[in-house]
Write a protein that binds this ligand. Structure first.
Ligand SMILES: *[C@@H]1O[C@H](CO)[C@@H](O)[C@H](O)[C@H]1NC(C)=O
Ligand SMILES: *[C@@H]1O[C@H](CO)[C@@H](O)[C@H](O)[C@H]1NC(C)=O
Ligand SMILES: *[C@@H]1O[C@H](CO)[C@@H](O)[C@H](O)[C@H]1NC(C)=O
Ligand SMILES: *[C@@H]1O[C@H](CO)[C@@H](O)[C@H](O)[C@H]1NC(C)=O
Length: 499
């Protein structure tokens, strides 16, 4: 074939493709599809309307083109609809999280319709094959949604697609193809391989729904090899614990769980961090009163220094179901820390302090322990590592607690001696003086200053005792006032109100 005829051939091919595309757009642009013969026979994906009573069983399928199935399955056209979309499967069966999510959705929204999108057959292939199938499954889902919309005049503003892994891209493709925009897509650790560099039409993107929120929980490794996609793909992209790896998912823990539960759950262990995205969402449905907050931040490292705990101008948001629908122009990365088990919520604090010393000393990677005492509870001996401690330097670090301690009243800090011998110990010069701590609470946005309990400075001595700091009444109190205040507080540290 000459160059020209090859081009001609290509051109004809392209023209044909265009023609078929044009036909299909024409077909989908007709609003009353019931009168129009739409071919639903190609749809391989199944749509199981599950029930609150039996969230793990597929009892009734909604079949596009068969309106009688809508009433047979007791689809409630006046309520919102959740569509749960699974990802790639090694076993060819639903993973256990599916029914857990269905249960949690019904628990929170009892009247809603929870539909499980079943594409197990196409998802049970080699990964690249299944990844390529997301396009077809997305088309099936779009047909399904268009059908429901046309058949019942059902507003797609009531639909919320929840897709895990490859399922997140299925949701994106479906949302891109439906005639009317779906209300919301939640991407639960959208798959990375084959999608990190994919265009917006073939992967989840902010245009695919009125609002797209994403949880990134397993983004380790180089891009396109990472299990979860690294780049932001929604309006709000949340990276719990930095997004790369989740607490409680380490190998040690895995071995322990295998010992306890056997290899039965092996599948889940391998995907522990990946699947955490689903459980974080379930947590937000079930534990309404333990709502986690995430904070916008330029980088994980900055967040880990406690520098991003602001809620001004939508800089913080709720994680999961109750997320505030903020559509900023730039997609924003948000961060939070979590516990390793449900409920995942922790309380975030930024602590800022200045090291004074007569001598010019400097340390790196030092273990410290911090205890926080508040109006409601206390949390003792939180271990953390300070990257650097140097004379005349201010540092800021992030501290989290599992328990709600209420309003913070007292902070204690201890500098641990690491196990190996150090010359500076021998010289006896491992100590800093600290005048005050500035603490910012992410959850309450309260900013409080703490000063040394005894005297103007507290000594933080390596291998020494706790240095204790108590709450200052306000930031700019005079020395005399500060002393009086200290005395009052010292006399009744647990007094009701300190004014
Ligand atoms: C669609 O419905 C409208 C009335 O709602 C009707 O006038 C029109 O003919 C229908 N279109 C087709 C293709 O049947
Ligand atoms: C302290 O050490 C730093 C470098 O470690 C040096 O730049 C600085 O001049 C020193 N200051 C004094 C007062 O010795
Ligand atoms: C620390 O700063 C003070 C002034 O703020 C200075 O007098 C002192 O020499 C500095 N210490 C060291 C070790 O550099
Ligand atoms: C304080 O926290 C502990 C967990 O560390 C918890 O068991 C206890 O109930 C809490 N106390 C109050 C008063 O909330």
């Amino acid at each position: 074939m000459g160059k020209e005829s090859l081009l001609l051939f290509l051109w004809i091919y392209v023209a044909k493709t265009w023609a078929s595309l044009a036909i299909s757009t024409e077909a989908t642009s007709l609003s009353n599809t019931t009168d129009w013969v739409v071919d639903y026979s190609n749809i391989q994906t199944k749509f199981s309307l599950r029930t609150a009573d039996e969230p793990e069983d597929d009892l009734c399928y909604l079949v596009p083109g068969q309106p009688e199935t809508i009433s047979q399955c007791n689809f409630n056209p006046n309520e919102q609809t959740f569509l749960v979309i699974h990802g790639w499967t090694v076993t060819g069966m639903f993973e256990s999280w599916v029914s857990k999510l269905v249960y949690a959705l019904y628990k929170r929204e009892p009247a809603s319709n929870v539909i499980v999108v079943d594409w197990l057959h196409r998802a049970h292939q080699h990964y690249p094959t299944s990844a390529a199938y997301t396009r077809l499954v997305g088309q099936d889902l779009a047909h399904f949604l268009n059908w429901i919309e046309a058949e019942l005049d059902y507003p797609l503003e009531r639909s919320h697609l929840l897709g895990y892994s490859l399922g997140a891209h299925v949701a994106g493709i479906a949302g891109y193809l439906t005639k009317k925009k779906v209300n919301r897509i939640t991407g639960l650790d959208p798959a990375g391989p084959n999608f990190e560099y994919a265009d917006e039409q073939s992967s989840l993107s902010p245009d695919d729904a009125e609002f797209v929120d994403v949880l990134h929980t397993n983004t380790r490794g180089s891009p396109d090899l990472s299990i979860g996609i690294k780049r932001p793909v929604g309006h709000v992209d949340i990276y719990p614990n930095g997004g790369s790896f989740q607490p409680g998912c380490d190998l040690h823990k895995a071995m322990y769980m295998i010992a306890a539960a056997g290899f039965k759950e092996m599948d889940q262990l391998v995907k522990c961090s990946h699947e955490r995205s689903v459980h974080l969402f379930i947590d937000s449905l079930l534990n309404e009163h333990k709502q986690s907050l995430a904070f916008r931040c330029g980088a994980k490292e900055t967040f880990d220094r406690g520098l991003c705990l602001s809620c001004r101008k939508n800089r913080c948001n709720k994680v999961g179901y109750e997320v505030k629908k903020v559509r900023s122009r730039r997609s924003s990365r948000m961060y939070l820390k979590t516990r390793e088990i449900m409920p995942y919520k922790v309380f975030h604090y930024q602590i800022k302090l200045h090291f004074f010393s007569q001598k010019n000393i400097s340390f790196t990677v030092q273990p410290v322990q911090v205890s926080l005492h508040g109006t409601q509870n206390e949390t003792e001996n939180i271990a953390l590592v300070l990257p650097a401690m140097s004379t005349n330097k201010t540092i800021s670090f992030l501290l989290t607690t599992d328990v709600n301690i209420g309003e913070l009243l007292m902070v204690k800090m201890k500098w641990e001696k690491d196990s190996y011998f150090s010359w500076s110990d021998w010289w006896g010069s491992s100590s800093f003086m600290i005048r005050k701590l500035r603490v910012k609470a992410g959850e309450t946005q309260a900013k409080v200053e703490f000063h040394a309990q005894n005297g103007d400075f507290a000594e933080l001595k390596r291998g020494g005792d706790f240095a204790t700091f108590v709450r200052s009444k306000e930031s700019h109190v005079s020395k005399r006032h500060a002393r009086e205040h200290r005395r009052r507080m010292y006399a009744s540290p647990w007094g009701k109100k300190m004014d």
